[in-house]
Design a protein around this ligand. Structure first.
Ligand code: F6R
Length: 369
């Protein structure tokens, strides 16, 4: 049932192009507009929404962090993202105009369930993004948008994460579409890019051998840091989480701009630092800033592992290892930038002799608070 792979995780990483395509299936019509009628919240109700609050745990929380950039950019509705385990304990401000989005692969995570119950008690509408048909979280929500990743068996989430991102983009674009924001043209173009993104994920998967080789060479290290900016920041957090849970290594993700506010003190000779580089097109200011961050850490001895778009030549002088990803619109970059980090963590875990599908102390679905 592992389909010829040694681990479920490897199989699930490989299934990502299909999982992504399946999650888009039937949700974009021939005219290139979104059809999310299955989300049983009427267009007029969606036009009333004045705040979006996303609640989730772990990897699903990272998907939520990325969703915030997309939702705020395409809809201009303020969006907060909160760890489900923190949410109800701070007396959050919610009302009928708040749209709460609960993201969960299993649909059974107790922290997320308790947070959504609290949100509904306060009168908010809850939309679940979930991978498991008929599970508790979608049953207790007002509406659900299912991800179609298929069953995810490995404890570490991979294909569910990519499909959570797709679902978040769909919700963001749909909200933009029904509310008619000034980004109308951009929304049409992004829907087209999104419909092609599974091919780009496939292309990334075809070039992963050097990443595996690099991972094996780092098996003796104790610490790996991850840096990113904008949507690359949650990608850095996700890369670090994968490495913690699978390789049992000290791994931390930082917003690159925070380096000088403390973390740069951690840089020492030969410390591996993964840098997720924003596109040099579009938000080029961020690109230039991260290039100077790379310069700074390299001057202090870091060994840089750079994930950058094809054709981005400015990073070459500062990259000890260069991992290329296809050019995508900025907001969609996490779809391709995350894949090498999954492969990296999986291979490091194997090289360290760890149980890839069943990391120590972890369970696939966390049904206690
Ligand atoms: C990490 C991982 C966990 C889950 C988290 C939420 O690889 O799998 O962090 O993402 O426990 O689980 P769900 O999405 O089932 O609510």
């Amino acid at each position: 049932e592992k389909g010829g792979y040694d681990y479920f995780m490897l199989k699930e990483i490989a299934e990502q192009p299909k999982a992504v395509a399946d999650t888009l299936l039937g949700r974009i019509d021939a005219a290139g507009s979104l059809t999310l009628d299955e989300v049983r919240i009427s267009a007029s109700e969606l036009r009333e929404v004045d705040k979006v609050v996303i609640i989730a745990c772990g990897t699903a929380f990272h998907a939520g962090l990325i969703a915030k950039y997309a939702i705020e950019h395409w809809t201009r509705i303020p969006c907060e993202v909160e760890l489900a385990s923190e949410f109800r304990y701070r007396d959050p401000i919610l009302d009928q105009q708040t749209l709460v989005i609960a993201i969960s692969q299993s649909g059974e995570t107790m922290d997320t369930l308790m947070a959504l119950r609290h949100a509904r008690e306060q009168g908010a509408r809850v939309l679940a993004i979930c991978n498991t048909n008929g599970s508790t979280i979608p049953r207790e929500s007002d509406a659900v948008l299912y991800t179609h990743a298929g069953p995810e068996v490995a404890v570490a989430s991979t294909k569910a994460f990519l499909t959570q991102l797709v679902a978040c983009y769909l919700v963001a674009l749909y909200l933009g579409q029904v509310r008619g924001t000034k980004w109308g043209d951009e929304i049409g173009a992004v829907i087209r890019d999104l419909s092609r993104i599974s091919n780009e994920v496939e292309r990334v998967l075809e070039t992963m051998e050097p990443v595996r080789e690099l991972a094996r060479s780092l098996a003796g290290k104790n610490t790996v840091l991850f840096l990113g900016r904008h949507v690359g920041y949650p990608v850095a957090l996700e890369g670090a989480l994968k490495l913690k849970e699978l390789a049992y290594m000290h791994a931390e993700g930082f917003a690159a701009g925070e380096l000088k506010h403390g973390p740069i003190a951690l840089i020492e000779d030969d410390l591996p630092v993964v840098v997720v580089v924003p596109s040099p097109r579009g938000r080029s200011v961020l690109h230039d800033k991260i290039v100077s961050n790379m310069q700074e850490i390299r001057a202090r001895g870091a060994r840089t592992i750079v994930i950058a778009e094809e054709g981005d030549e400015a990073v070459v002088p500062y990259a000890d290892h260069l991992i290329r990803i296809p050019a995508t619109p900025t907001l969609l970059q996490p779809m391709v930038a995350t894949v090498p980090l999954q492969v990296f963590a999986c291979e490091l875990a194997t090289a360290r002799g760890n149980e890839v599908d069943q990391p120590r102390n972890l369970a696939k679905s966390v049904t206690v608070e």
